[in-house]
Design a protein around this ligand. Structure first.
Ligand SMILES: [Fe+2]
Length: 422
């Protein structure tokens, strides 16, 4: 969903002329007439793709640093004027302009193929993408209400296809349907596959739209189900076998890291004599959503200052990575039913009270749950790196690597506890 904001302090323009934008199903349209309102809209919904304003209000936008990278700023005016940095557009032409700029109605959105495994009948038109001579062509594969054969999807997957496509304007409807069906599969059938897909879907929903009834519903289902489900898996084999099967699976990196840090951290937490039910709920939530603001799952493998300095993300991604704890905190601030203080714990999950950057210290002055999370997360990261490099390893090596990353007696004490259990 594309976001279009209007910010006009003392409206002289005819707002009614903009109502067509608000009716557009591919656009989330917000109108503000004060900086406080605009800041709160950005906090709740995220940065807009387009901001419409007038000449008098334009100067005030510079007070909001989040707006510096907005793709398009447009000044509404009676007549078009030429300007190299800002577009001046007649109000009567604005809807047509936005449609063409955002490519609405013609653009397609990528949806992970595995989201469709639980769908028996296509809820919207579904396309596959063919690429020829550098050009993309979208072919209708399932029209709305067509039956989707699971064998077709597995055959696509075997051929290396990872995504299907829907029209941008259908994406919200699809996500609503998927979210409801995944919540049902998780809540009623306790399906681990639905939990994996639910985790991916909740990330997509957050990155695009922040907190919505769909994303909240999924979070709550996942927070009450995933750890219990992993414990069941461990009881039918052993914890070591479960860790190994997660590492070597074809699941997404995000899910693998969440599952590993959840199992490892809960193990430590169970041995703490102060731990109670609410601590397990907090820990589960941190494991699931601390990294929700990361735009590339590979960013989740960075957890220290050194690793950040050596990483090779472009400027924009590096900024997101550096600020992701703060971004997650800000997203959570709007979720009223969150476990108490989980937003503050997520803010400091890389050891910085500001939520910006990465601390070398394991946790001076940090909540004990955060310290446990930091250790479990780093063990998970080192295991994932070894697995990715194809090298076999012993758990002792991993624990030594983590100890070296965070040289403090507290780290060793927690690692010793863990060594006893694995
Ligand atoms: Fe993180």
């Amino acid at each position: 969903m594309k976001k279009v904001f209007t910010f006009i302090m003392k409206p002289k323009v005819d707002h009614l002329a903009l109502t067509e934008i608000s009716q557009n199903p591919g656009v989330k349209y917000i109108m503000d007439s004060s900086l406080v309102g605009l800041r709160s809209s950005i906090e709740n919904i995220g940065r807009p793709d387009i901001i419409l304003t007038d000449t008098n209000s334009m100067a005030l936008l510079s007070e909001i640093s989040d707006l510096e990278n907005v793709e398009k700023k447009i000044i509404l005016c009676p007549n078009e004027q030429a300007n190299s940095e800002i577009d001046y557009i007649e109000i009567s032409k604005i809807d047509e302009y936005i449609n063409s700029f955002l490519n609405l109605g013609r653009s397609f959105e990528k949806i992970p193929l595995n989201f469709f495994y639980s769908m028996e009948k296509a809820s919207v038109d579904i396309f596959i993408r063919l690429q020829k001579q550098g050009q993309s062509k979208f072919i209708l594969r399932y029209a709305k209400n067509d039956i989707i054969e699971l064998s077709d999807l597995t055959s696509y997957s075997e051929k290396g296809m990872v995504d299907l496509y829907v029209k941008s304007t259908d994406k919200d409807e699809l996500y609503n349907m998927l979210s409801n069906s995944l919540c049902y599969e998780i809540g009623v059938n306790d399906s681990l596959d639905a939990m994996k897909n639910g985790l991916e879907l909740s990330r997509s929903l957050f990155l695009e739209s922040g907190y919505t009834p769909c994303s909240i519903q999924l979070i709550e289902e996942l927070n009450t189900s995933l750890f219990n489900r992993l414990e069941q898996e461990a009881s039918s084999s052993s914890e070591a076998e479960l860790l190994q099967s997660i590492l070597s699976s074809k699941d997404s990196l995000y899910y693998k890291k969440v599952a590993l840090q959840m199992i490892l951290g809960m193990d430590i937490l169970k041995k703490e004599d102060w731990s109670m039910d609410r601590h397990f709920e907090l820990y589960s939530f941190i494991s699931l959503f601390a990294d929700i603001a990361l735009t590339d799952t590979k960013m989740g493998l960075i957890s220290t200052d050194d690793e950040y300095d050596k990483s090779k993300f472009d400027e924009m991604d590096a900024e997101i990575l550096e600020n992701h704890a703060l971004l997650a905190f800000e997203l959570l601030a709007n979720y009223e039913a969150r476990p108490i203080n989980v937003d503050l714990l997520i803010l400091e999950h890389h050891g910085m009270k500001s939520g910006i950057g990465f601390s070398k210290n394991i946790g001076v002055g940090l909540n004990k749950i955060v310290v446990i999370f930091r250790i479990a997360e780093n063990i998970a990261i080192e295991m994932l790196k070894k697995e990715e490099s194809g090298k076999s390893f012993f758990m002792d090596e991993i624990l030594d690597l983590v100890e070296k990353k965070f040289d403090s007696p507290r780290t060793r004490k927690i690692l010793d506890q863990l060594e006893l259990s694995i």
